[in-house]
Write a protein that binds this ligand. Structure first.
Ligand SMILES: *Cc1c(COP(=O)(O)O)cnc(C)c1O
Length: 401
């Protein structure tokens, strides 16, 4: 399988530790050489030598929209519909605030009870600040239709479940939200760079995601926000700042939004992190999403088959088997999940644990080989057969799991 891997040559671009199998690119992608190169250039040339001139000379001011245009094809958006800025939770706040103002006569936001906690916190907080009564209904996702009525302003869902790896049907759900007159906001944190996304084809209104997971732009790298063209100039940025002003260097006392996505900029872009993203996106120029998806499904299929074959009955495989319902990760449920993940990390297989009992393994086709999947399962078998995962030192939880 590795011999026939059409993406095999990309592995050489990534900094991977010898002997280590990295199955956590869904949490923090590894450094790639183009990122490293771009960052070095920005630091030692544009910043060190160019100093403040680089805002003009190196085009720093235009980076959030220029890089937005580079992210756009990965989510099926058009140029001018994506901006790179802030981090994901902040971008959700902006979109939720803006969307609520577009449906002033409605009082409900629907989200998923199993959504990522940050999404749940920020949606509650934005509802409280709406300036009218707005309630958040965090529902079981299967019950969406029962809750959709003419009081729903916004439906906010995460496309690929961060725990289970389940992928939702973006097109059908968006259609249902629209049929009820609601706006649709998708969180693409675990989708972007991992699965094909088509926000245009699905007629999505708003979306946001991060760039440090499958896009490999580095810890704390900025997020991205998508606003369907017809809403640009219509939806207001509830957190306006100087760099989203039509004329930031006129220093006017009152706010007037810039045209297009620029209006969703609030403050200074993080130029070094954007350089890293720029480099990380170069790798995707050489990796068509159709190939990424084909390999991702093959990797996750293989992992599930080997786990069942080598450790029958040990885990519940929580991730759906159906290809159209799966992202690029596999979640295994076990009551000693934390110890299992820690013991595996000691054996150089890096996954992570999500409360209460999920061992999570992300599969990134850009740098993983099929032999890595095989070896990871062999080491999982060793961890089990030796009972290493029951060692008392794995009872104490690290702050980051
Ligand atoms: C990773 C993730 C986030 C993280 O948000 P930040 O604000 O970038 O820290 C938010 N939502 C979901 C669904 C995620 O998976």
């Amino acid at each position: 399988m590795d011999e026939n891997d059409e993406l095999g040559s990309l592995r050489g671009e990534f900094h991977l530790n010898e002997g280590e199998i990295y199955l956590d690119g869904n949490s923090l992608g590894p450094l790639c050489e183009p990122s490293s190169r771009r960052m070095r250039h920005v630091v030692s040339e544009e910043w060190a030598l160019g100093l403040v001139r680089s805002w003009n000379a190196a085009g720093w001011m235009g980076e959030p929209t220029r890089l937005g245009d580079k992210v756009a094809p990965l989510i099926g958006a058009e140029p001018g519909e994506v901006l790179v800025a802030d981090t994901l939770t902040f971008l959700l706040a902006k979109l939720i605030g803006g969307a609520l103002a577009l449906r002033p006569e409605r009082h409900v936001i629907i989200t998923d009870a199993a959504n990522f906690h940050s999404d749940l916190y920020i949606v509650e907080a934005m509802a409280r600040r709406a300036g009218r009564h707005v309630s958040v209904k965090a529902i079981e996702r299967e019950a969406l239709e029962q809750h959709l009525d003419d009081d729903v302003a916004l439906v906010m869902l995460t496309h690929v479940d961060f725990r289970t790896g389940e992928m939702l049907d973006m097109k059908t759900i968006t259609e249902k939200a629209h049929a009820a007159g609601a706006l649709m906001l998708w969180d693409l944190a675990h989708s972007t760079g991992a699965v094909p996304v088509d926000v245009s084809g699905c007629e999505v209104d708003f979306a946001a995601g991060c760039t440090y997971k499958y896009l490999n732009a580095g810890p704390g790298s900025p997020g991205f926000v998508y606003i369907r063209r017809e809403f640009q100039g219509v939806i207001e940025n509830p957190l306006p700042g100087w760099l989203g002003h039509a004329r930031p260097f006129d220093f006017e006392r009152t706010y007037e939004p810039a045209q297009g996505m620029q209006a969703f900029v609030t403050s200074s872009p993080s130029i070094i992190a954007l350089a890293s993203l720029d480099g990380a996106l170069e790798v995707f120029d050489r990796a068509p999403m159709s190939q990424i998806r084909r390999k991702s499904l093959a990797l996750t299929d293989l992992f599930m088959a080997l786990v069942e074959d080598r450790l029958p009955g040990v885990f519940e495989i929580v991730t759906p088997r159906a290809h159209d319902q799966r992202g690029s990760q596999v979640a295994l449920r076990h009551e000693d999940g934390y110890g299992i993940v820690q013991a595996l990390i000691e054996r150089d297989v890096i996954g992570d644990f999500r409360d209460p009992d999920i061992c999570r393994f992300g599969f990134t086709p850009l740098y993983l080989r099929f032999v890595d999947v095989y070896d990871a399962v062999e080491r999982l078998v060793e961890v089990f057969d030796s009972g290493l995962y029951l060692d008392p030192r794995f009872r104490v939880r690290n702050p980051v799991t």
